[in-house]
Design a protein around this ligand. Structure first.
Ligand SMILES: [Fe+2]
Ligand SMILES: [Fe+2]
Length: 306
């Protein structure tokens, strides 16, 4: 198939038990309790190699990972995640990584920039937001609303949103196909709103108001552990994509965990979900949007106020 093949992976949630009681203080104690109670059983680490092999078999031009690579942001978890994902991280030109709230789980991990130190070559800048070109006139704009916080809710700092506007204005003339990468969804499709509500982006309305002005774009996120492709009613020019959590146990057998394959061919967008049924991989078409990016007209390329 011609075109640019982007694999969107998210929420791998590599975990490692932490037995040193001195490190079980503060928030990590909460995280560890949750981990011990359920996460370890729900995230099947032994499947990570299979997932990486499946991604590799598609020979993607680029891999985008939208956060929650770890569970409690331990240095050991970052090392494990990097090692497991290494086949997809051979070249900084072919992979982009943004953090999730679990990668900034404790104040120490955030202050020490553990995520940046682990995945630095696959980031487009030292601080968020940043924009990097991944193909001809195709760019990823990365945002980071994650923070060490007792709740799983995120907040995009006002300064970061303002910088994103400036970054976009400075680059928009060179971009035909824009992918916004942000761990936090700004909306969820019907049936998943409640799941997003308790872990939402607190100022999603502010981000939505800006995104509504930038014309056609893909919004790649994770955080809510379900794969989806939908257009939020407030953002008719957006296809919002969630890759889900590829190692999550599918107890009911109706939500196969996996990742998204996004093919950009000219202005066309085609999204396929690769899901693991427990016995085999299945492919489900999730979105077909012919001419999606072709709608970026000279008018939408002119800066909208606000
Ligand atoms: Fe997650
Ligand atoms: Fe998350």
């Amino acid at each position: 198939m011609p075109g640019f093949r982007l694999v969107h992976l998210s929420d791998v949630h590599v975990w490692k038990y932490e037995f040193n009681p001195l490190r079980l203080m503060n928030k990590r104690a909460v995280g560890m309790a949750a981990l011990l109670l359920g996460r370890a059983r729900r995230f099947r680490m032994e499947r990570l190699r299979q997932v990486v092999e499946r991604v590799e078999s598609l020979a993607p031009d680029h891999v985008l990972i939208t956060g929650d690579l770890t569970t409690t942001a331990l240095a050991e978890e970052f090392a494990l995640a990097f090692e497991a994902l290494r086949p997809l991280l051979r070249s900084p030109e072919r992979a982009t990584v943004v953090p999730g709230n679990h990668d900034r789980y404790t104040r120490g991990s955030a202050r020490g920039r553990r995520f940046e130190r682990s995945f630095g070559p696959f980031l487009g800048g030292e601080t968020f937001p940043w924009l990097r070109f991944v193909a001809d006139r195709t760019a990823v704009l990365a945002l980071d609303p994650s923070r060490p916080h007792l709740s799983a809710r995120g907040r995009l700092p006002a300064a970061q949103l303002a910088a994103a506007r400036e970054l976009w204005e400075a680059n928009r003339a060179d971009v035909d196909r824009l992918v916004v990468a942000c761990h936090y969804p700004i909306a969820a499709p019907p049936g998943l709103e409640e799941e997003l509500a308790w872990k939402r982006l607190e100022n999603a309305d502010e981000l939505t108001a800006w995104l509504a002005t930038i014309g056609p774009h893909l919004y790649c996120c994770g955080h809510v552990h379900h794969a989806w492709a939908f257009t939020p009613p407030a953002l008719p020019d957006e296809v919002c994509l969630n890759a889900g959590a590829p190692l999550l146990l599918d107890r009911r057998g109706d939500d196969p965990p996996g990742f998204l394959e996004i093919v950009l061919d000219g202005g066309d967008v085609a999204v396929t979900h690769h899901g693991w049924t427990g016995a085999r991989w299945i492919e489900r078409p999730m979105a077909r949007r012919p001419g999606f990016f072709a709608r970026r007209s000279p008018e939408t390329s002119i800066a909208a106020p606000g």
